[in-house]
Design a protein around this ligand. Structure first.
Ligand SMILES: Cc1ncc(COP(=O)(O)O)c(C=O)c1O
Length: 325
């Protein structure tokens, strides 16, 4: 088994911190798992390392392999770090929702960008268009490898083996509620399968985007990258989840701004959605219970979107005046 060295050895063991100010009236213990503290800035560092290192171990890839993956941002950065470390060429297929900061970071790590400018004409979805492009690139390039984060068991395996073990250990097994934002279903699936296998009764809550087709089939435009999906990934398994909460783009913005105002934590868009989901279910969490919210990434990548007043006004109007600020 490959034992990660160098920067990759810094992936995981992220802090789990007590949040006393976010919901001051809460009587339960609320914690945030800060995945931003991974070296390339998100929970995807774990999945990227898991998928590439397992593929190296199994001999599926070698030093000449070209890795091709579809990502709206964080997986691309996570893979760019891991592929950079192992000296592998990486092509990231992205779309217009990828933020300029994400694109700059992918390039800075030395990976290549393949930009899909138009959504799939049949479904109107960018993810569908990106996946078509990945298949095309893989058929054209010799010795190419598509990690396929949507179907790869090593994506959820990384969370089964690391993320949730860290949480359970830090809390001595006391975990009543776990809130997780969903897209490929890798994070939530790995966490939920571990809790099930350990016989724990933790209620796992999926936080999905309005307009995503994971839990509901009402596709609509979404502006927060990393949250929700335009196509059901193979890893999707709703039986592992107690329930889902749908959050809007505005919920994500309001939640992010509340998290930084009350806890001084600058986190990314999906974390804002998670904050609002906890707020929505707070009366159900027992007074002596323990609740963990996973915050997938850092807010620096959203300075031109979620944290930009101009961007918010342009797309959603004046949130203060509409009473949502
Ligand atoms: C910011 C952010 N939050 C949440 C998720 C969802 O994680 P998963 O794909 O493991 O379901 C992602 C995945 O891309 C993400 O980038």
């Amino acid at each position: 088994m490959i034992d990660s060295d160098g920067i990759l050895s810094m992936i995981g063991n992220t802090p789990l911190i007590r949040l006393r100010r976010l919901i001051p009236e809460a009587r339960f213990r609320l914690f945030g798992k800060l995945e931003a503290l991974n070296p390339a800035g998100s929970a995807k560092d774990r999945s990227a390392r898991g998928m590439i290192e397992r593929a190296l171990e199994k001999g599926k890839i070698n030093s000449d392999t070209v890795v091709v993956e579809s990502s709206s941002g964080n997986m691309a950065i996570g893979l760019a770090q891991v592929c950079g470390y192992w000296g592998l060429r990486l092509i990231c297929v992205v779309d217009p929702r990828t933020t300029p900061q994400h694109l700059q970071l992918i390039r800075a790590y030395g990976a290549e960008i393949d930009y899909v400018a138009e959504p799939d004409p049949e479904t109107g979805d960018f993810l569908v268009a990106r996946l078509k492009r990945v298949r095309q690139l893989c058929s054209e390039i010799d010795n190419s490898f598509w990690p396929n984060q949507y179907a790869n068991p090593d994506n959820c395996g990384a969370h089964y083996e690391t993320t949730i073990c860290e949480v359970v250990e830090a809390l001595n097994g006391e975990l009543d509620y776990l809130f997780v934002a969903v897209s490929t279903f890798g994070t939530i699936r790995g966490c939920a399968e571990y809790l099930r296998d350990q016989g724990m009764a933790t209620k796992v809550i999926a936080v999905d985007a309005e307009g995503s087709v994971l839990f509901c089939n009402e596709r609509k435009r979404r502006m927060i990258p990393g949250l929700g999906a335009g196509r059901r990934p193979e890893l999707f398994d709703p039986s592992l989840v107690e329930e889902y909460v749908l959050v809007s783009d505005v919920d994500c913005i309001v939640g992010c701004r509340r998290l930084v105002a009350r806890e001084a934590i600058l986190a990314g868009g999906s974390s804002g959605g998670v904050v609002m989901a906890v707020e929505r279910l707070k009366d159900r969490i027992p007074a002596d219970g323990t609740c963990v919210a996973i915050f997938h990434d850092r807010g620096d990548r959203y300075l031109d979107t979620v944290f930009s007043d101009d961007w918010v006004r342009e797309h959603f109007g004046d949130l203060e005046q509409s009473g949502q600020g």
